[in-house]
Design a binder for this molecule. Structure first.
Ligand SMILES: [Ca+2]
Ligand SMILES: [Ca+2]
Length: 135
């Protein structure tokens, strides 16, 4: 299930479902996390390649229904423009400091960001945005 981190203060992603584990990463307001299991007060953040760690469930809010996005329209304002490209760039940059399973964008937004439709969000999509926006 997809959750959004809604607490205003940062919190630690622990390697065990307790306040004593090692910190794997830091959650900040607005981060998106896929929770695959719950243990006590903690939820397990999971990515495709493994688990990122445990986050306090009280600081997470279910994202709920996924709105329909047309391809390329990441912020869902009805246009494909530089603002969408900005979100895509932030997402790509975030992969260097966020573990798999923690994202800046929702799944539905990432699906929209895959503007060339190859199933991945990469620099190849940036090129398609640049061609669309600059033409
Ligand atoms: Ca847009
Ligand atoms: Ca793509």
């Amino acid at each position: 299930m997809e959750y959004c981190y809604t607490a205003s203060e940062d919190s630690i992603v622990y390697d065990v479902p307790a306040y004593t584990g090692f910190d794997n990463a830091v959650m900040k307001t607005g981060y998106i996390a896929e929770i695959s299991a719950i243990s006590g007060d903690f939820g397990l953040v999971s990515g495709e390649t493994g688990d990122a760690g445990w986050v306090e469930m009280s600081k997470l809010t279910e994202t709920g229904e996924e709105p329909e996005h047309s391809r390329g329209d990441i912020n869902n304002d009805g246009k494909v423009d530089m603002y969408d490209l900005g979100l895509l760039s932030e997402h790509l940059g975030s992969r260097e400091y966020l573990p798999d399973g923690i994202f800046l964008l929702r799944k539905c937004e990432l699906a929209a960001a895959d503007i060339n439709g190859d199933g991945k969000v990469t620099d190849g999509d940036v090129l398609v945005y640049l061609m669309l926006i600059c033409s």
